[in-house]
Write a protein that binds this ligand. Structure first.
Ligand SMILES: *[C@@H]1O[C@H](CO)[C@@H](O)[C@H](O)[C@H]1NC(C)=O
Ligand SMILES: *[C@@H]1O[C@H](CO)[C@@H](O)[C@H](O)[C@H]1NC(C)=O
Length: 404
């Protein structure tokens, strides 16, 4: 009867409202839009979980379907010629400016985000970001489609982006594209920022590479696996669009699908006591400013079994966790741009890296966006367009324009 139907309707509405509702920090612009975007991501995540539980496909492969839905083929426009090709047998999307140039051009080698598991250079949002970078800076942009987990594990992702960068930095290749060898940078967001930081570090030690990077730009990067309970992980456990549980999944999937690593990382007991010396490099008690420590109390690390680190040594490897580099290893790094967002589990990774680089004399520009969440720069077009996305993107391109 009518009453039962109304009750039903009421219950369903309440459930939907509960599901859509995410507490949005007060200083966010366009809170409703952010809430809907978050609900969209949460829905996809839940559906992927269901597909995984039913044995239909791996969780990450299901998440990858969004990437496919967001894909656009390489399309040239009046300013930029866009092609899909390969450098050193790795797929790339190449953006070549069409405007004439007085002299040699600048270049950006870009690594997209997506937790080493999802994403691709041809997603609309990344295509926009790299196309605008190319067009506005009159620069060559190489956007790398490195291979992804779960099919490929660490260090494949790193090796792919490294070999593309190394290939591009050869003087014969730079001159073929009219690029100034003194004005090349690496850049990336999230997992791509992780890869950019790792590439910049490894290039310092590679005697085969003669061309030095001018700069690195790290956009809300993931930089360490050691402490997954930093104040930023605690403060932002359920913020849009990267909850802690998903970040832990991304980290563990980078190395293995073995759930014992994920479980150990979830409880932050994955590092063996033999590696205790590494905690000095992620010690937020020393490395975070007071305003981010707030009322968090530093506790000594909890250690796990050595078996995990023996089986999956990647999570303690510098190429996966660039924040674990010693000061001596950081010293030679190029001019650095770091963007961090207040409402991001990865906030403290970026803040600590910027601080450590500065302390050893690397010139750093650190922008901290107080009203932004992880991945905000992806939302620059279509129904999910956000003012904060444009603001962060413009600022990044402006920095490159002034410093590259
Ligand atoms: C090409 O560049 C001009 C000038 O910078 C800009 O106004 C225009 O929007 C660009 N076109 C595209 C398709 O991005
Ligand atoms: C972290 O820093 C604090 C404060 O300086 C210090 O007491 C603590 O021993 C350090 N912990 C580690 C693991 O380095």
């Amino acid at each position: 009867d009518m009453g039962a139907k109304l009750l039903c309707l009421f219950l369903v509405s309440a459930l939907v409202a509960y599901y859509v509702y995410t507490p949005i920090p007060e200083d966010f612009e366009e809170p409703w839009k952010v809430m809907l975007i978050t609900a969209g991501f949460r829905t996809v995540s839940h559906l992927s979980e269901v597909a995984d539980q039913l044995g239909l496909m791996h969780y990450m492969e299901a998440l990858m379907l969004i990437t496919a839905a967001e894909y656009i083929a390489p399309t040239s426009d009046e300013n930029v010629t866009v092609t899909d090709t390969e450098f050193s047998n790795v797929a790339i999307r190449l953006y070549l400016p069409r405007k004439p140039s007085d002299g040699l051009r600048r270049a950006v080698v870009y690594f997209h985000g997506g937790g080493w598991c999802v994403g691709q250079a041809g997603m609309k949002s990344y295509d926009r970001l790299t196309r605008w970078t190319s067009s506005r800076l009159n620069a060559v942009v190489v956007s790398v489609n490195y291979r992804l987990a779960p099919k490929y594990r660490f260090p494949v992702q790193f090796e792919d982006v490294y070999s593309v960068t190394k290939f591009f930095l050869q003087s014969s290749v730079l001159s073929q594209y009219g690029v100034d060898p003194d004005r090349v940078c690496v850049a990336g967001d999230s997992a791509g920022g992780n890869l950019a930081a790792a590439v910049a570090q490894q290039l310092l030690e590679d005697s085969e590479v003669k061309t030095k990077l001018k700069a690195q730009a790290l956009l809300y990067p993931a930089l360490q696996t050691l402490d997954l309970n930093l104040p930023s992980y605690q403060d932002n456990e359920n913020k849009p669009i990267l909850p802690k549980s998903l970040m832990v999944k991304f980290w563990s999937e980078y190395f293995t699908s073995d759930s014992s690593l994920r479980e150990a990382m979830t409880s932050n007991r994955h590092v063996p006591v033999e590696s205790s010396h590494l905690f000095q490099f992620v010690n937020w008690s020393n490395l975070l400013p007071e305003e981010l420590k707030k009322d968090h109390v530093y506790t000594s690390p909890a250690y796990g079994s050595s078996e995990l680190a023996q089986k999956y040594p990647g999570f303690l490897d510098l190429r996966a966790a660039p924040l674990l580099a010693s000061d001596a290893q950081l010293r030679g790094l190029p001019l650095t741009y770091v963007l961090t967002c207040e409402h991001d589990v990865l906030r403290d990774d970026g803040v600590m890296y910027a601080g450590r680089l500065r302390a050893v004399g690397v010139p750093v520009t650190h922008d901290h966006a107080k009203d932004a969440f992880h991945g905000a720069m992806m939302f620059v077009s279509g129904p999910t367009e956000l003012a904060v996305g444009h603001r962060l993107l413009n600022r990044y391109i402006e920095w490159l324009n002034e410093n590259l």
